[in-house]
Design a protein. Sequence first.
Length: 285
Amino acid sequence: MEATTTPARQPGNSKITATTDLAALKIRQQAAWSSGNYAVVGTTLQIVGEELCEALDLSSGSKVLDVAAGNGMVSLAAARRWCEVTSTDYVPALLECGRARASAEGLSIDFIEADAESLPFATAAFDTVVSTFGVMFTPNQNQAAAELLRVCKSGGKIGLANWTPEGFIGQVFKTLGKYLPPPAGAKSPALWGTRTRLNEMFEADASSIKVEPRLFNFRYRSPEHFLDVFKTFYGPVLKAFAALDVPSQENLGNDLHALIVRMNRAGDGTMVVPSEYLEVVITKR
Protein backbone atom coordinates (compact mmCIF):
# COMPACT_ATOMS: atom_id res chain seq x y z
CA MET A 1 0.00 0.00 0.00
CA GLU A 2 1.16 3.51 -0.68
CA ALA A 3 1.86 5.82 2.22
CA THR A 4 -0.90 8.30 2.93
CA THR A 5 0.27 11.87 3.46
CA THR A 6 -1.59 14.97 4.54
CA PRO A 7 -0.55 18.13 2.68
CA ALA A 8 0.54 20.99 4.89
CA ARG A 9 -2.36 23.42 5.33
CA GLN A 10 -0.13 26.44 5.66
CA PRO A 11 3.13 27.36 3.93
CA GLY A 12 6.35 26.82 5.81
CA ASN A 13 9.31 24.51 5.37
CA SER A 14 9.04 23.08 8.89
CA LYS A 15 5.54 21.75 8.25
CA ILE A 16 6.48 20.30 4.89
CA THR A 17 9.51 18.59 6.42
CA ALA A 18 7.46 17.06 9.25
CA THR A 19 4.92 15.69 6.78
CA THR A 20 7.67 14.24 4.58
CA ASP A 21 9.33 12.61 7.57
CA LEU A 22 6.09 10.92 8.62
CA ALA A 23 5.49 9.63 5.09
CA ALA A 24 9.02 8.26 4.88
CA LEU A 25 8.66 6.71 8.32
CA LYS A 26 5.47 4.93 7.26
CA ILE A 27 7.21 3.41 4.26
CA ARG A 28 10.09 2.19 6.41
CA GLN A 29 7.74 0.85 9.08
CA GLN A 30 5.68 -1.08 6.55
CA ALA A 31 8.88 -2.61 5.21
CA ALA A 32 9.93 -3.51 8.76
CA TRP A 33 6.64 -5.18 9.69
CA SER A 34 6.64 -6.99 6.34
CA SER A 35 10.07 -8.46 7.08
CA GLY A 36 10.65 -11.42 9.34
CA ASN A 37 7.40 -12.98 10.51
CA TYR A 38 5.58 -11.06 13.23
CA ALA A 39 3.08 -13.93 13.52
CA VAL A 40 5.71 -15.95 15.42
CA VAL A 41 5.69 -13.29 18.13
CA GLY A 42 2.05 -12.26 17.79
CA THR A 43 0.79 -15.77 18.51
CA THR A 44 2.46 -15.71 21.94
CA LEU A 45 0.47 -12.56 22.88
CA GLN A 46 -2.96 -14.21 22.45
CA ILE A 47 -3.93 -13.86 26.11
CA VAL A 48 -3.83 -10.06 25.74
CA GLY A 49 -6.53 -10.22 23.07
CA GLU A 50 -8.71 -12.48 25.20
CA GLU A 51 -8.41 -10.20 28.22
CA LEU A 52 -9.15 -7.09 26.15
CA CYS A 53 -12.34 -8.67 24.79
CA GLU A 54 -13.42 -9.41 28.36
CA ALA A 55 -12.66 -5.84 29.43
CA LEU A 56 -14.83 -4.62 26.54
CA ASP A 57 -17.62 -7.00 27.63
CA LEU A 58 -18.33 -7.89 24.00
CA SER A 59 -21.81 -9.06 23.06
CA SER A 60 -22.50 -11.66 20.39
CA GLY A 61 -23.48 -10.10 17.09
CA SER A 62 -21.50 -6.91 17.73
CA LYS A 63 -19.68 -5.47 14.73
CA VAL A 64 -15.98 -5.40 15.66
CA LEU A 65 -13.11 -3.85 13.70
CA ASP A 66 -9.53 -4.91 14.49
CA VAL A 67 -7.07 -2.23 13.31
CA ALA A 68 -3.40 -3.08 12.62
CA ALA A 69 -4.43 -6.60 13.56
CA GLY A 70 -1.20 -8.42 12.75
CA ASN A 71 -2.00 -12.13 12.62
CA GLY A 72 -5.41 -11.64 14.20
CA MET A 73 -4.90 -11.85 17.95
CA VAL A 74 -8.00 -9.83 18.93
CA SER A 75 -9.85 -10.74 15.75
CA LEU A 76 -9.90 -14.41 16.79
CA ALA A 77 -10.78 -13.58 20.38
CA ALA A 78 -13.77 -11.49 19.25
CA ALA A 79 -14.90 -14.13 16.75
CA ARG A 80 -14.83 -16.74 19.53
CA ARG A 81 -17.44 -14.54 21.23
CA TRP A 82 -19.67 -14.72 18.13
CA CYS A 83 -19.03 -11.16 17.01
CA GLU A 84 -19.06 -10.01 13.37
CA VAL A 85 -15.34 -9.31 12.95
CA THR A 86 -13.37 -7.40 10.33
CA SER A 87 -9.59 -7.78 10.63
CA THR A 88 -7.31 -5.22 8.95
CA ASP A 89 -3.60 -4.64 8.49
CA TYR A 90 -1.35 -3.06 5.85
CA VAL A 91 0.85 -6.17 5.64
CA PRO A 92 -0.91 -8.76 3.42
CA ALA A 93 1.23 -11.65 4.68
CA LEU A 94 0.02 -11.09 8.24
CA LEU A 95 -3.60 -11.09 7.08
CA GLU A 96 -2.92 -14.45 5.43
CA CYS A 97 -1.63 -15.77 8.76
CA GLY A 98 -4.79 -14.55 10.46
CA ARG A 99 -6.93 -16.11 7.76
CA ALA A 100 -5.19 -19.46 8.24
CA ARG A 101 -5.74 -19.31 12.01
CA ALA A 102 -9.41 -18.48 11.55
CA SER A 103 -9.84 -21.31 9.05
CA ALA A 104 -8.19 -23.79 11.41
CA GLU A 105 -10.67 -22.86 14.14
CA GLY A 106 -13.69 -22.62 11.86
CA LEU A 107 -14.17 -18.91 12.64
CA SER A 108 -15.82 -16.45 10.26
CA ILE A 109 -13.73 -13.25 9.93
CA ASP A 110 -13.43 -10.75 7.06
CA PHE A 111 -9.77 -9.91 6.32
CA ILE A 112 -9.15 -6.61 4.53
CA GLU A 113 -5.90 -4.82 3.69
CA ALA A 114 -6.14 -1.32 5.14
CA ASP A 115 -4.05 1.59 6.41
CA ALA A 116 -4.87 2.52 10.03
CA GLU A 117 -4.55 6.21 9.14
CA SER A 118 -7.10 5.96 6.32
CA LEU A 119 -9.62 3.23 7.05
CA PRO A 120 -11.86 2.26 4.10
CA PHE A 121 -15.06 2.10 6.16
CA ALA A 122 -18.08 4.33 6.64
CA THR A 123 -18.40 6.61 9.62
CA ALA A 124 -19.94 4.90 12.68
CA ALA A 125 -19.80 1.50 10.95
CA PHE A 126 -18.70 -0.51 14.02
CA ASP A 127 -19.91 -1.12 17.56
CA THR A 128 -16.37 -1.77 18.80
CA VAL A 129 -12.93 -0.90 17.41
CA VAL A 130 -9.85 -2.66 18.80
CA SER A 131 -6.08 -2.69 18.37
CA THR A 132 -3.41 -4.52 20.34
CA PHE A 133 0.17 -3.28 20.00
CA GLY A 134 -0.74 -2.16 16.49
CA VAL A 135 -2.19 1.30 15.95
CA MET A 136 0.30 2.67 18.49
CA PHE A 137 3.02 2.33 15.82
CA THR A 138 1.33 4.62 13.26
CA PRO A 139 3.51 7.63 12.34
CA ASN A 140 0.60 10.11 12.37
CA GLN A 141 -0.86 9.41 15.79
CA ASN A 142 -3.56 12.07 15.72
CA GLN A 143 -4.83 10.90 12.33
CA ALA A 144 -4.92 7.27 13.47
CA ALA A 145 -6.83 8.19 16.64
CA ALA A 146 -9.28 10.25 14.59
CA GLU A 147 -9.91 7.25 12.34
CA LEU A 148 -10.61 4.96 15.29
CA LEU A 149 -13.14 7.48 16.56
CA ARG A 150 -14.69 8.07 13.14
CA VAL A 151 -15.54 4.44 12.38
CA CYS A 152 -16.85 3.77 15.91
CA LYS A 153 -20.52 4.51 16.51
CA SER A 154 -21.70 6.90 19.22
CA GLY A 155 -21.88 4.97 22.47
CA GLY A 156 -19.53 2.35 21.07
CA LYS A 157 -16.17 1.36 22.51
CA ILE A 158 -12.54 1.52 21.46
CA GLY A 159 -10.31 -1.10 23.09
CA LEU A 160 -6.52 -0.81 23.02
CA ALA A 161 -3.49 -2.60 24.42
CA ASN A 162 -0.42 -0.34 24.30
CA TRP A 163 3.10 -0.92 25.60
CA THR A 164 4.16 1.68 28.18
CA PRO A 165 7.42 3.67 28.02
CA GLU A 166 8.59 2.20 31.35
CA GLY A 167 7.78 -1.43 30.52
CA PHE A 168 10.08 -4.00 28.95
CA ILE A 169 9.07 -3.46 25.31
CA GLY A 170 9.12 0.30 25.84
CA GLN A 171 12.69 -0.09 27.05
CA VAL A 172 13.55 -2.32 24.08
CA PHE A 173 12.47 0.43 21.70
CA LYS A 174 14.32 3.04 23.76
CA THR A 175 17.45 0.90 23.41
CA LEU A 176 16.96 0.62 19.64
CA GLY A 177 16.58 4.40 19.52
CA LYS A 178 20.06 4.85 20.95
CA TYR A 179 21.46 3.28 17.78
CA LEU A 180 18.84 4.37 15.22
CA PRO A 181 17.15 7.65 16.29
CA PRO A 182 13.69 8.23 14.77
CA PRO A 183 13.29 11.00 12.18
CA ALA A 184 12.35 14.53 13.15
CA GLY A 185 8.63 15.03 13.63
CA ALA A 186 7.92 11.48 14.78
CA LYS A 187 6.33 10.81 18.18
CA SER A 188 7.30 7.76 20.20
CA PRO A 189 4.83 4.85 19.86
CA ALA A 190 5.14 4.35 23.63
CA LEU A 191 3.23 7.61 24.19
CA TRP A 192 0.08 5.56 23.46
CA GLY A 193 0.94 3.80 26.72
CA THR A 194 0.47 7.00 28.76
CA ARG A 195 -2.76 8.45 30.12
CA THR A 196 -1.66 11.96 29.13
CA ARG A 197 -1.36 11.14 25.43
CA LEU A 198 -4.57 9.11 25.40
CA ASN A 199 -6.41 12.09 26.87
CA GLU A 200 -4.93 14.37 24.22
CA MET A 201 -6.13 12.14 21.40
CA PHE A 202 -9.48 10.86 22.69
CA GLU A 203 -10.85 12.87 25.62
CA ALA A 204 -12.73 15.46 23.55
CA ASP A 205 -14.81 12.70 21.91
CA ALA A 206 -15.12 10.29 24.83
CA SER A 207 -17.68 9.96 27.59
CA SER A 208 -15.16 7.82 29.51
CA ILE A 209 -11.60 6.54 29.25
CA LYS A 210 -10.74 3.60 31.49
CA VAL A 211 -7.07 2.64 31.77
CA GLU A 212 -5.75 -0.43 33.55
CA PRO A 213 -2.00 -1.19 33.79
CA ARG A 214 -1.37 -4.87 33.07
CA LEU A 215 1.60 -7.18 32.64
CA PHE A 216 2.33 -9.64 29.87
CA ASN A 217 5.03 -12.19 30.66
CA PHE A 218 7.48 -12.92 27.86
CA ARG A 219 8.39 -16.56 28.41
CA TYR A 220 11.33 -17.90 26.41
CA ARG A 221 13.91 -20.66 26.79
CA SER A 222 16.60 -18.12 27.69
CA PRO A 223 17.56 -14.46 27.09
CA GLU A 224 19.55 -15.66 24.10
CA HIS A 225 16.50 -17.48 22.72
CA PHE A 226 14.40 -14.31 22.98
CA LEU A 227 17.04 -12.28 21.15
CA ASP A 228 17.33 -14.91 18.44
CA VAL A 229 13.56 -14.98 17.88
CA PHE A 230 13.23 -11.20 17.81
CA LYS A 231 16.25 -10.71 15.55
CA THR A 232 14.83 -13.28 13.14
CA PHE A 233 11.09 -12.63 13.17
CA TYR A 234 10.26 -9.24 14.80
CA GLY A 235 10.56 -6.70 11.99
CA PRO A 236 11.72 -3.59 13.91
CA VAL A 237 14.49 -5.50 15.72
CA LEU A 238 15.47 -7.43 12.58
CA LYS A 239 15.73 -4.18 10.58
CA ALA A 240 17.65 -2.41 13.35
CA PHE A 241 20.36 -5.06 13.40
CA ALA A 242 20.49 -5.14 9.60
CA ALA A 243 21.08 -1.37 9.46
CA LEU A 244 24.10 -1.45 11.79
CA ASP A 245 27.72 -2.39 11.23
CA VAL A 246 29.08 -5.44 13.05
CA PRO A 247 30.51 -3.62 16.10
CA SER A 248 27.23 -1.73 16.59
CA GLN A 249 25.26 -4.96 16.21
CA GLU A 250 27.32 -6.49 18.99
CA ASN A 251 26.81 -3.46 21.23
CA LEU A 252 23.07 -3.43 20.60
CA GLY A 253 22.86 -7.16 21.32
CA ASN A 254 24.78 -6.69 24.54
CA ASP A 255 22.52 -3.82 25.63
CA LEU A 256 19.36 -5.81 24.93
CA HIS A 257 20.78 -8.86 26.70
CA ALA A 258 21.61 -6.73 29.75
CA LEU A 259 18.06 -5.33 29.76
CA ILE A 260 16.59 -8.84 29.72
CA VAL A 261 18.89 -10.07 32.48
CA ARG A 262 18.00 -7.05 34.61
CA MET A 263 14.25 -7.63 34.26
CA ASN A 264 14.25 -11.44 34.19
CA ARG A 265 12.46 -13.00 37.17
CA ALA A 266 13.18 -16.61 36.20
CA GLY A 267 15.74 -18.33 38.37
CA ASP A 268 16.18 -21.50 36.36
CA GLY A 269 18.09 -20.22 33.34
CA THR A 270 14.97 -19.55 31.29
CA MET A 271 13.41 -16.13 30.63
CA VAL A 272 10.28 -14.74 32.25
CA VAL A 273 10.17 -10.98 31.77
CA PRO A 274 7.02 -9.01 32.70
CA SER A 275 6.23 -6.25 30.22
CA GLU A 276 3.81 -3.53 31.27
CA TYR A 277 1.06 -2.38 28.94
CA LEU A 278 -2.08 -0.29 29.28
CA GLU A 279 -5.44 -1.94 28.71
CA VAL A 280 -7.64 0.89 27.48
CA VAL A 281 -11.42 1.03 27.09
CA ILE A 282 -12.77 4.25 25.58
CA THR A 283 -16.50 4.89 25.28
CA LYS A 284 -17.26 7.28 22.44
CA ARG A 285 -19.54 10.16 23.24
